[in-house]
Ligand binder design. Sequence first.
Ligand code: PAJ
Length: 288
Amino acid sequence: MTVVFDTIFAAGQWVQTERAGGKTIGLVPTMGFLHEGHLSLVRRARQRCDRVAVSIFVNPMQFVPGEDFEQYPRAFDRDLSLLEREGVHAVFHPDVKEMYPLQPVTSICIGKLGELLCGGSRPSHFRGIATVVAKLFHILQPDRAFFGQKDAQQAIIVQKMVWDLHFPVKIEICPTVREADGLAMSSRNVYLSPHDRAEATILYRSLQHAENLIRSGISNASRIEQEMQEMIRAVAAAELDYARVVDPESLEGMRQIDGNVLVAVAVRFGKTRLIDNMMITAEKRERK
Ligand code: PAJ
């Protein structure tokens, strides 16, 4: 049976009971409008933990003014029935007043990591994410929390926050789930017109192109970035935000590729901003 809590107090009581019974808790934080990507995290959590809690909360603090907070798709009843089918034990579904009863004066600052890549066009976004994730960790006290590789920068920032602030939680990062044509699943894909939806495969195609270049031994990061940018610019409906080859820990750009790299793209189709990424390991070989 799936229990639903909309207050922090009720969630805390459930946590206390489960922990007193010696159960481990897995948390999957989401903003709802669930798809197979979210459900893959839920399934992993079910395998790894005795009890699974899913939070559904569209967090206003991570939306920059002018973004889609109001329009963000919501479908709680549908989400709940999907989670019931997955055997989720608890769903935490607070409203904004419950999570932010007062104007907060405290937030989690992540410095440069939050300014690079998506931070360039969404300045306070990662502060909002780190802060709400820290709150969710305190409320639901998970042993493990599950995040998607799809949002690579978010996953890296959460992992660093947990290390820096000694949260007693293990972060597990799960692979990106894609549509048949390669488009990464996202709650925002519903915003796309049929035409833009077809063109949106450019994100994955540009990542595959980067992968092929790296596998063929090309190690000049800016050449790879340029080729990706050209591919994306050739798609009329696509407006490039970034296409970068970066160090997977610092998210800083690099000149020569060596070992692991994160290739990350962000592209706008009208008002809809899509992101995707790939972790690629360059084989140590002669450079071209
Ligand atoms: P949301 O976009 O709903 O995503 C919730 C979780 O699902 C994140 O960890 C995200 O990386 C993962 N996810 C999304 N699409 C995925 C896909 N195609 N494959 C695998 N995993 C995928 O990310 C957020 O919500 C919020 O920022 C949140 C962490 C809940 C904080 O508000």
